[in-house]
Design a protein around this ligand. Structure first.
Ligand code: R5P
Length: 303
């Protein structure tokens, strides 16, 4: 089946690079918004019988990017695509994987249901929790950027490094990095009080005099990383902090708050396109282009 790669508006740079890595050009489509905010999509390719890959992280604005992806998949289906894969490097709503209070929905399940109707398969990277795969009724190719990021870290490890999980949810992730980098781990006990407020209860492990490498799946408001850094500095860690996350959302005033800490390096991937307001931060972007291009090659059976 002939593969065709199409991009939404959320991360056209990564989409172009994936296409280049596959030795292809992105398929053409027009996407714009009507004056009332409705999204208009028009695919300008002949998709009859094709294996179509729609590249779009559902990053902020999450609802808009999600709907745009669903509109693209509907357009592709109606144009005769034989098979549609959603390439979603960052999956929004993934943190809503359970109800934490009565009266709440399971947002992750709602997003997965919508995507499972529109797509025949999903390719994604470092889901908030691997069990989210079970929310989808179509096959999910769950890739990980951890090895790519660890390779980048290895090239310039700070003196006396210690990996730090900024909350218990990141403990397994920190252990995976520790196995690849052979450095010790410390764990922080964080409590989330609201969407943008967290507090720290305890640190388990030695951090005094060490250069912390904080690892998480994502940095959103940066509240988790900031509270963790405050706790680490209080415990007399070295003023050479590295922040690591697969997904760098950097929403609100998170980036400017990070600037007031001794952060030497922030490593994120290009799952989400980085914008100008992060330029002042020492961000190193690890590209997912080969990881995603290889997955597309592997899954395009009739290539
Ligand atoms: C939480 O479980 C996640 O792994 C991240 O720690 C969290 O979502 C990051 O969000 P923020 O940067 O807003 O604290």
């Amino acid at each position: 089946m002939k593969p065709i790669l199409l991009s939404g508006r959320a991360n056209p740079v990564l989409a172009r690079e994936i296409a280049q890595a596959r030795g292809m050009k992105l398929g053409q489509c027009n996407i714009d918004s009507f004056p009332d905010g409705e999204i208009h999509v028009e695919i300008l390719e002949d998709l009859l019988g094709c294996d179509v890959y729609l590249i779009q992280p559902t990053s902020p604005p999450v609802a808009e990017n999600l709907l745009e992806l669903l509109l693209l998949s509907d357009a592709a289906r109606r144009s005769g695509a034989a098979h549609i894969t959603g390439v979603i490097p960052y999956l929004g709503y993934a943190r809503q994987d359970r109800r934490s209070a009565p009266g709440e929905p399971v947002g992750g399940r709602v997003a997965a249901d919508m995507l499972s109707v529109g797509m025949d398969r999903i390719i994604t990277v470092d889901l908030h929790k691997p069990t989210l795969e079970g929310f989808f009724s179509v096959p999910v190719e769950h890739l990980s950027a951890i090895e790519l990021i660890a390779e980048n870290l290895k090239r310039s490890l700070p003196n006396n490094p210690v990996l730090v999980a900024p909350d218990l949810g990141a403990a397994k992730l920190a252990n995976t990095y520790a196995d690849l980098l052979y450095i010790p781990v410390a764990y922080i006990y964080k409590v989330r009080e609201s969407g943008d407020k967290v507090s720290i209860r305890n640190i388990v492990g030695d951090v005094a005099g060490c250069s912390p490498i904080l690892v998480d799946d994502m940095i959103s408001t940066a509240g988790t990383m900031i509270k963790a850094m405050e706790a680490l500095l209080f415990q007399k860690c070295f003023h050479d902090i590295t922040l690591v996350a697969t997904h760098g959302l950097f929403v609100g005033d998170g980036p400017s708050k990070i600037n007031s800490f001794p952060v030497s390096k922030i490593i994120v991937t290009d799952s989400i396109m980085q914008h100008k307001n992060q330029i002042a931060l020492p961000i190193h972007v690890v590209s997912l282009k080969r990881l995603l291009a290889n997955a597309i090659k592997r899954l395009n059976f009739y290539d």
